[in-house]
Design a protein around this ligand. Structure first.
Ligand code: URA
Length: 440
């Protein structure tokens, strides 16, 4: 078999066989197929696509390129969750302890921030002492003890994806449904949970900017999950506007704890409850309505917050910061960005707001950059809110005073103020289950 022939085949829109897909991925991981040939293949896939069978096969081969985690020593159904990436998306910190408090099992490996989007591991590391790297035994014991453990991805989880993602990043081939779906699902299959809930973001801050593309991506990933024997559901949620008000690592931990204490922002609480209800549904705890009621109760009776605190202590973290937020390291410099006219917030560019938080130090400018856990921003006026000239739109937090002017300039560009109150947008647009799409 020759890679040249496979590239030519895909260039003409033909289907690759299972053997050809294995040859290509195994050869690439071993270094027998060069980056330039794989780049040509990625671009051919970008233009010609792949059918469901090819995508499922590609995903399985990518998953098997490294460790396949066996979670069977943990009793009960394990449920994983994945977000395609958003700004201010801290829902894992909320839904994982809710699901655990209601009897589900969450043994979850999360990622770091990517570009303008934050990552759960970076947020968890804002909690002093919290260890995101655990031995297999400690990981399993934490789940057995409190129903949940949140750690970073092990080095050898789907190495084919790691190599391919780096190549896609520099060959303008990230935004392809077969490639995104196989990338995400290869890691989910390798991570070993029985059920998978996908949060597919749609809008200005997401990879998928339109609802149709987001539904197509969700259907593709649900098909892959179900084809591999994992119960899989996807929700399509809004990422035109950042979720909640806080963006930045410790700011997002604080806001998540507010939700678990029953005093969080409405949008973040609502999306989190819908995600948690679907995860509980997947592990067989009842209908979506029953599962939602259980999730709400775990917030009201404090059990979800207590579960999170127990997990933090088990993983070496100081949970007193979750009760007294003033114990988090504080950013030495802050600035307010004030409205220069009256009106309504008619649009927010979530991607630019994410980049603003990166400029302030909340994300990485390069792979080697250190994160400033206290850096970020707290939004005061969101989409649809009325503003008066001089009102504070946002507070910026940083340890680097010289970053404030650039951050303020970009934030101003990200927020549109107009005369008319804009139409209210849904938080959840659709739910995709095997062979079923419900639009809300
Ligand atoms: N997240 C991933 O893990 N892979 C992609 O291709 C896009 C988002």
């Amino acid at each position: 078999m020759r890679m040249y022939d496979l590239i030519a085949k895909k260039k003409h829109g033909e289907m690759l066989t299972d053997e050809e897909i294995s040859f290509m991925i195994d050869g690439y991981v071993k270094g027998e197929i060069a980056d330039y040939q794989m780049s040509a293949m990625l671009m051919a896939i970008w233009f010609k696509g792949m059918n469901d069978h090819e995508i499922t096969e590609l995903t399985k081969v990518m998953a098997k390129s490294g460790d396949m985690v066996d979670l069977s020593p943990i009793e009960g159904k394990k449920v994983d969750k994945h977000s395609t990436g958003g700004v201010g998306d801290k829902t894992t910190l909320i839904v994982a302890p809710i699901v655990a408090a209601c009897g589900g099992k969450v043994a979850k490996m999360s990622g770091r921030g990517l570009g303008h989007t934050g990552g759960t591991v970076d947020k968890l590391e804002a909690i002093p002492g919290y260890r995101t790297s655990l031995s297999r035994e400690d990981f399993f014991n934490t789940v057995k003890k409190c129903g949940v453990s949140l750690i970073g991805q092990s080095g050898n989880l789907a190495p084919a994806d790691k190599k391919l993602y780096a190549l896609r990043d520099v060959t303008a081939t990230v935004d392809s449904i077969p490639l995104i779906a196989s990338s995400i699902m290869s890691k989910k299959l390798a991570a070993g949970s029985d059920c998978i809930l996908l949060d597919v973001k749609t809008g200005s801050g997401a990879f998928m900017k339109t609802l149709d593309d987001s539904i197509k991506l969700a259907q593709t990933m649900v098909t892959i999950g179900e084809g591999a024997g994992r119960r899989t559901v996807a929700l399509i949620t809004d990422m035109d506007t950042p979720l909640g008000y806080g963006i930045g690592n410790s700011l997002e931990v604080i806001e998540s704890m507010d939700v678990l204490k029953g005093k969080g922002p409405e949008d973040l609480t609502e999306v989190s409850l819908q995600l948690a209800a679907n995860m509980l549904y997947l592990v067989g705890k009842g209908s979506i309505e029953e599962c939602r009621a259980m999730a709400e109760k775990s917030i009201e009776d404090g059990s979800a917050f207590e579960t999170f605190c127990t997990m933090v202590r088990e993983q070496g973290g100081d949970d007193s910061v979750l009760k007294d937020y003033s114990k988090f390291p504080q950013a030495p410099y802050t600035a307010e960005v004030k409205a220069d006219s009256d009106g309504f917030v008619t649009g927010m560019d979530a991607e630019k707001i994410g980049i603003t938080s990166v400029i302030l130090g909340a994300g990485r400018e390069t792979k080697e950059s250190d994160i400033d856990f206290a850096a970020g921003l707290v939004i005061h006026k969101k989409y649809g809110d009325a503003v008066k000239k001089g009102d504070s739109l946002v507070t910026l937090y940083t340890s680097k005073e010289d970053k404030l002017p650039d951050a303020e300039k970009l934030y101003r560009e990200a927020v549109m103020i107009g005369d008319a109150k804009p139409k209210k947008m849904p938080l959840v647009f659709a739910r995709v289950e095997k062979d079923k799409v419900e639009k809300y």
